[in-house]
Design a protein around this ligand. Sequence first.
Ligand SMILES: N[C@@H](CCC(=O)N[C@@H](CS)C(=O)NCC(=O)O)C(=O)O
Length: 215
Amino acid sequence: MLTIYAIPPSLYCAKLRIVLRHKRLEWRELPPPGGYGSAAYKEIVPSGNLPAMVDDDLLLADGEAIAEYLEERHPQPSLLPQDPAARAKMRERGRFHDTRLEPALRALFGSIEPHNRDTDLNVRQSALLSEKLGQLARMLEAGPELSFGLGDCGYPISFAWMDALTPPLSLAITWPDTVVAYRARLEAEPAVAAELAAYRPILHGWVERTAGSAA
Ligand SMILES: N[C@@H](CCC(=O)N[C@@H](CS)C(=O)NCC(=O)O)C(=O)O
């Protein structure tokens, strides 16, 4: 059985679980031994990154590399189109999430605790996140239309984080209609719905404890 090293509130671990659920794979989930960033974990996973996966004698520690491996190892149900151009567009969508949208969200993590709250940062990142959602809307509108795939899996989790951080950080994020419709399509996917049902309470509990207010 696959082993995944993960911690409950991790965004990229939740993204990976959407892939695992969609492919109806069985996995066991372990916390990093000794805690996140520990020497004991780095003895298993040299980079110390989460998520990491062990499949027989293969160790992988990057969410995207793991997802691509699972796609090749367990091609059905597929999470990549057949056509090379459509596959590239799906990967482009995933890279936009990982390298553009999520970093704009992650920049807020240091501002969650009340004593570290940075109102200017929250305003700047609200504008940046709105800009990224606008770019995503234009990418979606330009097409092509793609069935649910690898490049979609990060978005529902980042969207849930934006919801959770909006009240405590007083974020003002503009959600284009195209992104609202895209989000609804993603959340109707059974693997996404199942992951969000499990993940949202964990996320909101973590934000509530860290922010010290209702989230
Ligand atoms: N894009 C990476 C990001 C994963 C990520 O940011 N993981 C965090 C924990 S949630 C981490 O490992 N941080 C420590 C580090 O990057 O050294 C992936 O998909 O694996």
